[in-house]
Design a protein around this ligand. Sequence first.
Ligand SMILES: CC(C)(COP(=O)(O)OP(=O)(O)OC[C@H]1O[C@@H](n2cnc3c(N)ncnc32)[C@H](O)[C@@H]1OP(=O)(O)O)[C@@H](O)C(=O)NCCC(=O)NCCS
Length: 170
Amino acid sequence: MSAARPRARVRIETLGPAAAAVLAALHERVFAADTGERWSTGDLYAILRVPGVACLLARAGDAPCGYALLRCAADEAELLSIGVEPAFQSHGIGGQLMAAARAHCARLGVARLFLEVREENIRACRFYRRLGFVEVGRRRDYYRRSCGAREDAITMSLVFASEYSSTTPQ
Ligand SMILES: CC(C)(COP(=O)(O)OP(=O)(O)OC[C@H]1O[C@@H](n2cnc3c(N)ncnc32)[C@H](O)[C@@H]1OP(=O)(O)O)[C@@H](O)C(=O)NCCC(=O)NCCS
């Protein structure tokens, strides 16, 4: 049996385009060593200016330690990216970011949240399933790994049915 890990206390704030450099640095610390994936400050500045895009940043003290980036349009939203600094993973920060993302979606009347994940990202797949996401599709060979190999993308979705069903006209 494993001992319970302490849940990290974080503050979650919403970032605007001016914080693109903070987000680029954090994204690199989360992904670059593992996947080689990098998003430049310029790329992220452009993404953060797109209508409906929101970035939620978790801070431990003053230090940025995790983020969730999502795009909402009408009653659907897409989780564009989520990451927690490696040293802070498995302390509940990802779960807190997803709760904040869900609250953000509820404020905007979003009924369904989509995401795509590499099929070999077992940890993230398990994280999403634990939150209630289910697989709804698959894109064959969608991702290219740094070694050149291809990997499927799994599309998952979470329906916020109970939050809206009581207001649905009969
Ligand atoms: C996926 C990711 C965002 C999850 O963030 P996280 O902060 O580690 O998530 P949490 O701590 O909320 O949950 C992770 C696990 O820790 C466990 N956990 C969290 N707090 C715990 C606690 N206090 N005691 C015991 N277990 C705990 C959760 O049950 C969960 O278990 P699981 O791995 O079986 O699902 C993070 O692992 C990450 O950044 N990965 C690299 C980037 C990535 O893959 N992003 C997704 C791309 S699609």
